[in-house]
Structures are given as structure tokens and as C-alpha cells.
Design a protein around this ligand. Sequence first.
Ligand code: SF4
Length: 443
Amino acid sequence: MALKGIDIFKLTPKTNCKECGQPTCMAFGMKVAQGTAQIEQCPHMSEEALAKLGEATAPPMKSFKIGPADAELSLGGETVLFRHDKTFVSKTLFAVSADAAGTDAAIEAIKSVDYERIGERMSVEIVNLEYTGDSAAYTEAAKKAAASGKTVILSVSDEAAAKDALSAIKDSKPVLNGANPSNIAAFAALAKEFGVAIGVTADDIDTLYDAVQALEKEGLKDIIIDVGAASVKSAFANAVQIRRAAIKSGDHSFGYPSIVNIAKLAPGDASMQTALASLFILKYGSIVIMEGMSYAQALPLFGLRQNIFTDPQKPMTVETGIYPLNGATEDSICAVTVDFALTYFIVSGEIERSGVPVNLIIPDAGGYSVLTAWSAGKFSAGSIAAFIKESDIESKVKNRNLLIPGKVAVLKGELEENLPGWKIIVSPGEATSLVKFLKELQA
Ligand code: SF4
């Protein structure tokens, strides 16, 4: 149960030494209770008090990392059920599933979908390897998957096969996903021996709860709960129930990230898998395993994931400044658009596609899209001209042609008044027409 500020205060040394950055121990207790200060910030807490407070103020869901040191992936750490309450912490990770025979093809297929959207890399992060009975082939497949640089999930419930595969790829910090009530002690020992996260599943949620507690008793902390694949209904119910128990009821035994194996829920049905993946991005798949990830699947799924796991309180912006694209020099034409990240990446992408050198000027427009910023007065002739002057762009660029977005063509006259010597050119209304427009302009 969460402690109140007064309870935390009672455990402090009560010396008001201020070393924690707070004026009094009471103020410190209040801050810790609110979650805006950490107990460790007081260097004078007794071991006994730390142990007591550590348990009581622990976050409702564990967070930890999996995968190779140079490409670690974060899991868990969520504190709310709904994105409108607070930002979600660890984005849903995508895994593509393969058996030993299909590993090469799966790795190649994963490589074919890898792109950037609004400054974030969009690619499948994990290879899930299903064990089909040939231990030697499974270990070889694990080596190939680990060598691809992706995080590996070893979905295997055979102890000997799991041990061989773990021995071969332990340095890449795979997930051992194969614990169940019948092998819990052996798999707990393997996870401890190789220092890897462990995935656990069971036929029903009560047995699953007991299995998680059994792993906790073995001292394991990096646990992932596999919600099962008996049916879509039960997987969804388990995912929601587990997360609600952790966040709403503070049940630490269900305070772990989850795995949802959609490849098993809808085998051979890419459309259904895409629909289910979108469902479990929202509710509450930490790792979603699919049979594959084509571009047609990736575009909506990665877009949804990015929207859900972006901090809604922070506008997605790019830094203001001047961005020379396609090797632009001081003699290259200028263009201006807003600092809303989505607009910037769309416009800069089209300019890059045109191959025409352009100095793209990004003023502070409040992180809004073009029309919203314009109607809010944050992307006006005055603000654009002021930015160009304050940023000393006129001494950095000799070219005095400035493209403005077609949607704010109305700014042309006023901008010419505010920027004497500049020629203002109105771009097309849609960014997709920029390539043709720029090429014709350059010709
Ligand atoms: S550092 Fe500890 S003892 Fe000092 S004021 Fe803060 S809570 Fe009190």
C-alpha cells in the first residue's frame, strides 16, 4: 500500500540537514509520497528504513532491459492504465517468429522493413525462435538470430535445448521464454545461471499467478508474463487483468511486462494479426510476436505505436534553425515550414527526394502544423521574418528566394514587406507535389 508523506517523514532522521535538496525532512517525505523525489536522495536513511520504504514506494510495474548491450530494449515501468493519465513508458516491441528452418528467411524479411518516421527508427526489434524438436538446429538458428543484432526470444520449454541455445548466445541477453508450472524450478535455474529475463506462461490466470510467484521466490526479477494463446478472448482478458492488477491494485506479482504471441492466435492470417497487434499495442502487450512484418503491416502498426507511446503533453518538435538539404550551400534556395516534427519530416523527405539543394528554415511555430500554427499566430509573416533576422540567416545564405507553404499563400505580400530584397514563392498546397515543383523551379 502506498505510504503517506507523514509515514515517510517518520522514517527519516528528522535532522532537516537539507542534503536531499528539500528544506525539511517533512518536505522530503511529502515529495517522496508524491513521486517527485527518490528515497535515495537522502544519504542518511538507515538500512531498515530504506528496506521498508523501498518496498512501499516501488513502482507498480518492474522495468528492465533485454537484448545486446549496444541495442538494449526497455520493458515495463508503466504507472498508469490510460495514456491520457500519464505518458506510457516502454513502447510495445515487435517480434517476428520463426522456427530453426525459417530463421534465415525471417531475418532477411525483417531487414526489408526499416525506415525512419518523425525521427524514430521503425523496425522489428526481436526475433522469436520457436523450438520444434531439433536441439542442434535450434542452437544454430539462435546463433544466426543473435548475429543479426536483433534481440532473441528463445521460445522453448525443453530444458536441454534451452541450455544449449543459451550457452551459445548468452552474451546477447536473449529472453528465455518457456517456463511453465511443470518446469519452473529448472527454468528459474537456467535464467539465473545465464542472467537472462524469463518468460512464463500457464493454462489459466490463477496458475500463472502462482508460477510468477514461484519465480519471484527463486529470486528472479526480470520476468515477462506470456498471456497465452488459447484464444484471442483469453489472451486479451489476461493482458488486461494482469495490467489492472498491477497498476490499480498494486499487486506486485503481476507487475511485469507481457508477451502476446499473435502468430499463434491467428496463424496464416496477416490481416487478423495486424488487427490483433493494434489491439495489443493499446492493451497491454509489451512484446507482440507476429509471423511477419510487411510494409503494409508496418505502416499502420508503427504509426499507432508511435502515437500511443509519445508524451501527449509535449509537442513533437524539431529544433529551430536552418537545415541544408541535398548539399545546399549559401547560393541555394530557401524554404520555410513549421517545427512540428511530422510536417518537418514530410517536407524534408520530399525535398530530399527531389534532389534539389534547399536551405530549409524552421522557426519556432509552437510545434503545430502549418494551418494550426498560422491560425494561432505562431507562423505569421512577422514571426518568420523575425526568425530570419534574429538567426542571422541573411549573412549565412546569399540566395534571396524563399518558398512558403501553399497553405499560407496569404502571407506572401506581408512577408515581402517584412523581408525587403527577398522574393517569396508560394509552394504547392501538398508536400507530395514538391518534387515536381522544385525540379521545375531549378530547371
Ligand atoms: S537529507 Fe535526509 S535528513 Fe537531511 S533533510 Fe533531507 S530527508 Fe532530512
